[in-house]
Design a protein around this ligand. Structure first.
Ligand code: C2E
Ligand code: MG
Ligand code: MG
Ligand code: MG
Length: 279
């Protein structure tokens, strides 16, 4: 496309755009079978207590290995699954896997008091009537050890509230993911109170820079969390300078490639064993 000039440019663009939409159509139909075909899996990214470098929790992240295309990133397939409704069975499956895995890790590592975070789409809360809580209970974990991460795209309409209140009543925690990325983050918080804020990685990335755009914003988010009695979690920590800045501000918990990328079950278990043996 770079060599396209003048009138040719529009044609090239149209061509690419139509390829992209055909792509999406293919992926949509393939996605409807991905779960039954065993193409989905879950990886786990540690959530680390920063000052002691200790794994306290994991975030479950869905993966799709397409038979021809290889790995399709969740930023591509989750929105498609939300459009088609496939997110309902897929999301319930991820929650089930994650909770069963948490139960196993809690049995092997009782002294770590681990919890689990799972990303939830608004569609799952709208369509359901208590299924999410059933999944959590059936997995044999204490609902108070489960965190559900929602985004600010989620509408807080009436129809989600019955499912949300049954989850809250059981002690399931909610966190707002990618916090600060919408134009109405604080208004959102007022409508949908949560117990945790995940500081979007774009703010963490800017921290070592001078000025308010750098650590000022992270400090402000932490002040919001503190004054509303919420926990703040930093996302996407990639450098030692970012980690140092977060420690300076007293940020308790974080995730990122510097600490650990998302891991397979086996590698997560190995990390927990190493942590226990270190203690
Ligand atoms: P998220 O929940 O904000 O998850 C964090 C994303 O950042 C993950 O991408 C993770 O792999 C990535 N990440 C972690 N540390 C770093 C870092 O240091 N640097 C950078 N650049 N990235 C880092 P992933 O796994 O590709 O997931 C993307 C998004 O897809 C997630 O963002 C979440 O919104 C969504 N997602 C993933 N799994 C599920 C799921 O089971 N259900 C739903 N509804 N959404 C999911
Ligand atoms: Mg998340
Ligand atoms: Mg996030
Ligand atoms: Mg994100």
């Amino acid at each position: 496309a770079a060599k396209a000039r003048g009138t040719g440019r529009l044609e090239v663009f149209d061509d690419e755009a139509s390829h992209r939409s055909i792509d999406r159509l293919d992926l949509r139909s393939d996605l409807s079978e991905a779960l039954d075909q065993g193409q989905l899996s879950v990886v786990y990214q540690p959530m680390v207590e920063l000052k002691s470098n200790t794994i306290r929790s994991f975030e479950a992240l869905a993966r799709w290995r397409h038979p021809e295309r290889g790995n399709v990133p969740p930023d591509v397939f989750i929105p498609l699954a939300e459009e088609t409704g496939a997110i309902v069975p897929i999301g319930a499956w991820v929650l089930d896997q994650a909770c069963r895995q948490l139960a196993m890790w809690q049995r092997e590592f009782p002294e770590e008091h681990l919890t689990m975070s799972v990303n939830i789409s608004a569609v799952q809360l709208e369509r359901g009537h208590g299924e999410l809580l059933d999944v959590i209970r059936a997995a044999g974990v204490d609902p108070t050890d489960v965190w559900l991460e929602v985004t600010e795209h989620m509408d807080t309409a009436e129809d989600i509230s019955s499912q949300v209140s049954s989850l809250r009543d059981a002690g399931v925690h909610f966190a707002l993911d990618d916090f600060g990325m919408s134009y109405s983050s604080l208004a959102y918080l007022q409508r949908f109170p949560v117990e945790g804020l995940k500081i979007d990685r774009s703010f963490v990335a800017a921290m070592p820079e001078a000025g308010n755009g750098g650590r000022g914003i992270v400090r402000a988010i932490m002040a919001v969390a503190d004054s509303l009695s919420m926990k703040a979690f930093a996302e996407g920590i990639e450098t030692q300078a970012q980690l140092d800045a977060l420690l300076d501000l007293g940020c308790g918990y974080g995730q990122g490639h510097l600490l650990s990328p998302p891991l397979s079950v086996e590698r997560s278990t190995a990390a927990l064993r190493a942590q226990r043996d270190r203690a």
